[in-house]
Design a protein around this ligand. Structure first.
Ligand SMILES: N[C@@H](Cc1ccc(O)cc1)C(=O)O
Length: 377
């Protein structure tokens, strides 16, 4: 299959435009609303006052970014939750860059260390995001290999400079960003990875690092580096990590298919997965189903109806997660009633992605190929 890769392009239109260069048309929302909306994406925001100052400037749109190693299929944390967050950011006046981190996947030895496979997965990721319900006006996709090749001097000088500012112990502590644990025999590639990820932030001129909580260490390193080099510190808005389906799975992981709902899973897969998901009655903490209701369902909907048979008391209508949580804790809402409605809501969010992969020939071919690949941890 021959797939031409578009260069760092404006989402969908293909027209070459750089993020952050447009006048800011987002005047409908008050500054305080924009700050609140933007900050609501984060489980942690470092620092809120800096965010307010950033959004006050109306001349340019600030740039936020998140990076993704193409490896295996995409789960709902990277798909639906990301799309919800990106919509909030762009609505608050920020441009968003998806950094397709193909070289990072290579350094992390993903997809058998085969760059061709990695890049096919990268193209598949873009197809999923395009169908995931984002307003694309202020969304950009950039390929790490293309951009670094094009601006090699600038990029590698930055990586080298970062590596000079931190000792090995400090850099090693960042290796959780690769989903790895720190050890003495870890490959040097992991240290390189951390320096490169830190360099990305300055290279992409990102005002906001909007990655997951699992990436916060390197973003903090970048703030420290910025202070040392008297550069502007990036603001770090770290989002919640969506729990895995099974008991004790702190995060959804594509290398553990039992923990994840994938973006093109069929409706019956989703129903089955949710049916089998960990969901202890009356328990709120570490309950993945409630986690999905809070972050996915109420991230997208203003109202969530839990359907119940009349003999069980009839439908329950919730307009906030807090109401639902209270009912659940008090035992008024049972897992057996919650789960089918939760599965139905997730299915309705996934439907446009499924139909894109069914109806678009290019996307379908990519998915078929990605499904054949073995995912290496
Ligand atoms: N470390 C990220 C991927 C990434 C790579 C480069 C970046 O600049 C940002 C993110 C992950 O494991 O998912």
């Amino acid at each position: 299959m021959k797939q031409k890769r578009k260069k760092s392009n404006k989402a969908e239109s293909g027209e070459k435009k750089e993020p952050g260069t447009l006048p800011n048309p987002t005047n409908e929302l008050e500054l305080s609303q924009r700050v609140r909306l933007c900050a609501s994406v984060g489980e942690e925001v470092v620092q809120l006052d800096e965010l307010e100052k950033l959004l006050k400037n109306k001349r340019t749109r600030p740039i936020a970014y998140d990076g993704f190693e193409p490896s295996g299929r995409m789960h709902i944390a990277q798909g639906i939750l990301k799309a919800i967050n990106v919509n909030k950011l762009t609505k608050s006046g920020v441009d968003f860059v998806f950094w397709v981190a193909d070289w990072f996947a290579l350094l992390n030895n993903k997809m058998d260390g085969d760059l061709n496979k990695i890049q096919t997965v990268g193209k598949y990721l873009i197809e999923v995001w395009k169908a995931a319900g984002m307003d694309m006006t202020h969304v950009y996709f950039k390929w790490c290999s293309d951009e670094i090749n094009e601006h090699a001097n600038e990029y590698w000088l930055r990586v080298m400079d970062i590596s000079k500012h931190f000792n090995i112990t400090r850099t090693k502590r960042c290796c959780t960003i690769l989903g790895r644990t720190e050890s003495d025999d870890m490959p040097t590639a992991h240290l390189m990875y951390a320096c490169m990820q830190c360099a990305d932030i300055f290279f992409l001129k990102a005002d906001i690092c909007q990655l997951g909580m699992d990436q916060r260490k390197v973003n903090m390193l970048a703030r420290e580096y910025a202070t040392k080099q008297k550069l502007r510190s990036p603001i770090v808005i770290s989002h919640h990590m969506l729990m895995g389906l099974k008991e004790g799975q702190e995060k959804m992981s594509k290398s553990d298919p039992d923990s994840a709902i994938f973006m093109e899973d069929e409706a019956h897969d989703v129903n089955k997965k949710i049916k089998q998901a960990f969901c202890p009655p009356k328990e709120i903490a570490n309950n993945p189903c409630l986690d999905y209701v809070k972050h996915i369902v109420f991230g997208k909907l203003e109202q969530f109806v839990v359907k119940r048979k009349p003999e069980h008391g009839g439908d329950l209508i919730y307009t906030s997660y807090e109401q639902l949580e209270k009912d659940y804790a008090e035992g008024n809402l049972h897992p057996g009633d919650l789960k089918p409605s939760l599965a139905e809501a997730i299915n309705s969010f996934l439907e446009p992605v499924r139909s894109h992969f069914k109806n678009d020939k290019y996307a379908k071919q990519l998915l078929d190929q990605v499904k054949k690949y073995r995912v290496t941890k």
